[in-house]
Write a protein that binds this ligand. Structure first.
Ligand code: 26W
Length: 819
């Protein structure tokens, strides 16, 4: 095994002892009576002991050296499982495996008992988790701040082809990785009014008197870096009532009333909002945002001042990164802390705020740009609303002073959107209140400059920069794919584990050797066999591990164009039925992903995938040339099983709409070839991997824009020119795949024909051709596997270590520790 080969027997004994003591004294079980879950807990607690040792050391060293700290504020951390991650980064994976096996316990089996910590929706939350791991690896003193949701992202099942949502319950058996810190809690206010009071020196000071107060209690999770480089903290806040039981009401027999405040307060951290791109818009969401921002700022300010620092040195000692606009209220909250609570002058406070905060944008979709009704803001956060008005007024005044009077420009840069109902634009607030604003791929950053922040960018041309996303190779290569990792270690040496960014490049030379290619193909074959087994167990569908595994896994969204892939599936199916002899490449189309519960069109796309699956898989004339599967409940753990087994990675969003994508990087790292548009980070992947080793197709972002501007949305022309597309649309529209309800897809087909917002029809032929190129290459295995290995070898740059180094140097001004 590659990661840390032969364990030292004395370490094995120590670990065994650690597990047995925890099983007995923390879990309260004797080995003879222990269930698998008891073992899981004992092993996690044993691993935690090693974490804590490093944690204390990291904290002590940072405190002593007074290094600048990074605070990563994110409403989402999509962590997944932690057992293997922690053991592996601690260098204890083989030790633990051996120790357990000597105790008669299989690490593989108990590993599966850990629930995913699914405290995020998708890419943005997973990026935050990758960043936390990279910051610990690079020895950057960092704290993640977020919410300890009692329920993570809903569990998805599929009933009769339709998505069903169920409450996720990751905390049912407790969370062995967390430390509750009841002594670390802060009061968070909501509502009430703003009073003017004497400031003690003859002046007046404004003071917010909230009507409602809840407490934020800290829960800490240690985050270990690779080879135990350092151990950082992810601090998640749980909402509690100030008073958990109103005894007066209880004694009067009002049992519900006695806990009403508790229920209201605690609902703030009850559940993660499951919308990943449409604005949630509800009051509870704003309460969540303010709740965690307010607690985090109090906490970091206390740490700052506790170290004998003055408030003025905040930007020298702290860099606060806002993960999208979800924590953007931090701009107003930090101003309130500095002006109202610390008595600073406005200008000085503003200087400190801007110098401390920075903001990452993750989407350009108009429906995903957060804005809050002024009325709601006034009611929930009256003082913050005043501060936002002041920021706006000072800003507009400053522009006028510079002789800028262009009305359209002033309207575009205003914090307040005047339309039907006035709203606070959180993107503009974040832009103005932060010294740095970044996009997550080169293309996305360019589009930010040209679209959402066009006018603000003109006024502040140095504020926007690009930080192309990355992924942690520890999870997405070493842990997800130990067999490929072993091959890399055997061919490139152990160093590849410590410096994959540079060492992977040398794998290219091995792509010329047929023996290595064979071993490479063999590890893929093994991963595919395991996935085939998972599919059979879960869906009772048999797939052939020798077929081409064509994989499309991500949130279901129209812009990600699962529909384009499904139309290709239908066309392929019809082609095979018409002329089975010409088809030589057996394919398995694999889909997985969740739809936001309120997103009807996305739910219909899931139903369509399942309808097509049933029809195609049940048709004997297809003779196994095509299988379609929709695997329910996509999450981090499922991604770890699927990605190493993928031959083809679908990254086919309408160009200009996917900010970056990160699964594209995970797939390529594991050697899947990408079929994709020139969107998000695909563009930069193509620059490194080379267009010969990818299947690029379709409109480019500028062409999409040009067509939109020309208002060409009716696709009659394109459809008429493409008999394959026409036939597929007719099949869908006439109920070939929905005989129980022939009308089911009529509206969907009409929307493609007459208002194809996402250019599915326009790109269809190009996509078909690219898929043909895929099949041609697949039929030349030597070339396919060479291309596949070149993918692995050329994506080292997409490591989140590289991304974090760029943030650290260019935005945070925090030097990494001694690596
Ligand atoms: C207000 C509701 C809401 C919630 C989440 C709106 C928008 C979001 C996120 C911005 C959605 C998201 O996850 N964006 C993804 O971020 C990834 C990490 O940067 C990128 O790789 C994806 O392209 C982008 O869609």
């Amino acid at each position: 095994m590659a990661l840390d080969s032969i364990p030292d027997q004395s370490e094995v004994e120590t670990f065994k002892h650690a597990v047995l003591t925890r099983l007995r004294y923390a879990v309260g079980k004797d080995p003879a009576d222990a269930y698998d879950h008891d073992w899981f807990e004992a092993v996690a607690l044993a691993a935690r002991k090693y974490q804590v040792d490093g944690w204390e050391e990291t904290t002590r060293t940072i405190d002593r050296s007074q290094r600048k700290r990074v605070y990563y504020l994110s409403l989402e951390f999509l962590i997944g499982r932690l057992l293997i991650d922690n053991l592996s980064n601690l260098g204890l994976l083989e030790v633990a495996r051996q120790a357990l096996s000597e105790l008669g316990v299989d690490l593989e089996r108990i590993r599966l008992l850990e629930p995913d910590a699914a405290l995020g929706n998708g890419g943005l939350g997973r990026l935050a988790a990758c960043f936390m791991e990279s910051m610990a690896t690079l020895d950057i003193p960092a704290h993640g701040y977020g919410i300890r949701y009692e329920h993570g992202l809903f569990k998805q099942t599929v009933a009769d082809g339709w998505q069903q949502e169920h409450t996720e319950t990751w905390l049912d058996f407790g969370n062995p990785w967390e430390f509750e810190r009841p002594e670390c809690s802060y009061t968070i206010g909501f509502g009430g009014s703003v009073l003017s009071e004497d400031d003690g020196s003859g002046g007046q000071r404004l003071c917010w008197e909230p009507l409602e107060r809840v407490r934020a209690v800290a829960y800490d999770m240690p985050i270990v870096g690779w080879r135990n480089a350092s151990v950082n903290t992810l601090r998640l806040w749980r909402a509690r009532a100030e008073e958990t039981l109103r005894l007066d009401r209880f004694n009067a027999g009002d049992y519900l009333g006695a806990v009403a405040d508790t229920v209201r307060a605690e609902s703030i951290s009850r559940v993660l909002y499951p919308a990943d791109s449409t604005e949630a818009g509800q009051e509870l969401r704003l309460r969540q945002e303010y709740f965690f921002v307010c607690a985090s700022l109090q906490d970091l300010m206390q740490r700052h001042l506790g170290h004998g620092e003055e408030v003025h040195s905040l930007p020298r000692q702290a860099a606060i990164q806002l993960n999208d606009t979800h924590p953007a209220i931090a701009v107003a909250e930090l101003m309130r802390l500095l002006v109202d609570e610390r008595g600073l002058e406005w200008d000085e406070a503003w200087g400190l705020t801007v110098a401390t905060l920075s903001y990452t944008n993750h989407t350009l979709l108009p429906e995903a740009l957060e804005s809050w009704p002024v009325g709601l803001m006034e009611r929930l956060l009256p003082r913050h609303m005043q501060i936002i008005y002041l920021i706006n007024a000072f800003h507009i005044d400053a522009l006028r002073a510079k002789d800028i009077h262009d009305f359209d420009l002033l309207r575009a840069v205003s914090l307040i959107e005047e339309g039907h109902g006035r709203r606070v634009r959180m993107g503009n607030l974040a832009f103005l209140g932060c010294h740095s604003v970044n996009g997550v791929s080169a293309l996305h950053t360019e589009l930010m400059r040209e679209t959402v922040f066009r006018e603000l960018h003109r006024l502040y041309p140095n504020r926007i920069s690009n930080k192309t996303n990355g992924v942690t190779f520890r999870r997405w290569l070493f842990q997800a794919n130990p067999e490929l990792t072993a091959l890399l270690v055997d061919t490139l040496g152990e160093e590849v584990l410590d410096d994959p960014e540079n060492r992977l490049r040398d794998f290219a030379a091995h792509a010329e050797k047929s023996s290595v290619r064979q071993r490479f193909a063999q590890q893929r074959r093994n991963a595919k066999e395991r996935l085939a087994q998972l599919i059979e167990e879960n869906l009772a569908i048999r797939v052939d591990p020798d077929a081409l595994f064509d994989v499309h896994i991500k949130r279901i969204h129209e812009y990600k164009r699962q529909l384009l892939n499904l139309l290709h599936t239908v066309a392929l199916y019809q082609d095979i039925r018409n002329d089975p002899a010409t088809h030589r490449v057996p394919r398995v189309k694999i889909f997985a992903g969740k739809a936001a519960p309120s997103y009807q069109q996305a739910k219909l796309i899931i139903k369509l995938a399942n309808d097509i699956s049933r029809m195609v898989n049940g048709d004997p004339t297809v003779r196994g040339l095509l299988k379609v599967v929709f695997i329910p409940n996509y999450n981090v753990s499922l991604a770890e099983s699927i990605i190493p087994a993928a031959d083809l990675s679908e990254q086919i969003s309408t160009a200009g709409l996917e900010a970056s994508g990160t699964s594209n990087m995970k797939f390529a790292l594991n050697g899947a070839l990408t079929i994709g548009t020139l969107d998000g980070a695909n563009v930069e992947m193509c620059e490194r991997i080379g267009p010969d080793n990818m299947f690029i197709f379709g409109l480019k972002a500028q062409q999409v824009e040009a067509r939109k501007r020309a208002g060409e949305l009716s696709m009659q022309h394109e459809i008429a020119a493409s008999p394959r597309l026409e036939e597929a649309l007719i099949a869908l529209g006439t109920g070939v795949f929905s005989p129980d309800d022939p009308q089911r897809y009529v509206a969907l087909v009409d929307s493609l024909r007459y208002d194809d917002r996402f250019m599915v029809c326009t790109d269809f032929d190009a996509y078909w051709d690219a898929q043909e190129r895929v099949e041609q290459l697949w039929q030349k295995p030597a070339r396919w596997w060479k291309a596949s290995m070149l993918n692995t070898s050329r994506v080292g740059w997409f490591s989140s270590d590289r991304t974090i180094r760029e943030y650290a140097e260019e935005i945070w001004k925090v030097p990494p520790g001694e690596e």
